[in-house]
Design a protein around this ligand. Sequence first.
Ligand SMILES: NC(=O)c1ccc[n+]([C@@H]2O[C@H](COP(=O)([O-])OP(=O)(O)OC[C@H]3O[C@@H](n4cnc5c(N)ncnc54)[C@H](OP(=O)(O)O)[C@@H]3O)[C@@H](O)[C@H]2O)c1
Length: 353
Amino acid sequence: MFLSFSTFDNILLFIHICNTVNIYFYRMMKILVTGAGGFIGSNLVSRLSFATKDAEIVCMTRNAEKLKKKISNNNNNSNVKIVEANVMDYVQIKDALSEIDTAYYLIHSMEGVSAKEWKKFAEKDRKAAENFAKAATECKVKRIIYLGGLIHEEKGITNSKRGQSKISEHMQSRIEVGNILKTSSAKVTIFRAAVILGKDGASYKMLRYLVERLPVMVCPKWVLTNSQPISIDDVITYLVKSIEKEETEGREFDIGGPDTLRYIDMMRRYAKVINKKFLKIIIIPFLTPRLSSYWVELITPTKASLVRPLIESLKYEAVVRDNSIKKIIPIKLKTFEEAIIAAKAKEDEDKEN
Ligand SMILES: NC(=O)c1ccc[n+]([C@@H]2O[C@H](COP(=O)([O-])OP(=O)(O)OC[C@H]3O[C@@H](n4cnc5c(N)ncnc54)[C@H](OP(=O)(O)O)[C@@H]3O)[C@@H](O)[C@H]2O)c1
């Protein structure tokens, strides 16, 4: 009896110490979230503002008014501030990074670009990362945490007779951005994820509309490639916990959920979650990612410019090879079905509000 009472006391003391350490860890810390209005960024801000009440969270966007509305709907933390800056403008990004301890790099320039402009994304993302790395060095930012794509660079290997690269242009660009960020004086952590499943994510939307709207699927070959989807909630846990874990500094980690699936399996399993009888799937090998993206745009409300990098990436296997993050940040990862159910619950919750 005595023993259990003192054990209980010890547990309370332990919780108290953990909370105190957490408070002191984050006290006075200034965290910048770039892409704060985007899919990953907005989820990150919500969780950070909840997890780190003593830190100052600075949300970066090119349109402060728009982000203000979005943030005020989602959290009440007075420590969340907004800064307007365009990463392409060196002075602006340097101002945004002033006095920042840790910066999350969640920028990419694919949204809204026309088919003609699409090819220029890599050039823009390169310039953006260069500005950011230089400004971070000048502002003495201690850490940068970047989320890129899960792909394995098989140097010098080609997958076609025409000498086509083994990875997509989009993925090459994501790798290049990570490498540029590493040139800064900050300690850089890179997380690499494949398909991220969450309410506002392009992957989830594409999956949802394809399965829900179509009775028969005409699918290209990329539906047969293995990928390791991960829930947005788990991605955010890794991004947030990484700040507290020194072992993640200066390192790169593959992150993925517990299921390795082909896109065709994801469609089938999604149909099962919503109790839809899944009809026929016809594979058409000659459907290119470009044609596929126009076709997806026709059927779903997702823009071809957003879907195309996704489809390009789906052509290449994206599975976790190095699981070392699991030891540093051990979490119970959501299964594919759990991730879909969570996204659907969030949709319902938003409809009610
Ligand atoms: N979504 C996925 O499934 C997925 C999967 C794997 C990896 N990732 C990685 O996660 C990161 C974030 O992706 P996401 O899906 O959240 O993208 P997103 O929703 O398209 O958001 C991109 C953000 O980039 C910001 N941005 C673009 N150009 C900018 C500029 N010139 N200056 C300042 N900000 C700029 C935009 O901010 P404003 O418009 O507010 O200025 C926007 O919020 C990317 O690095 C991506 O590769 C995503």
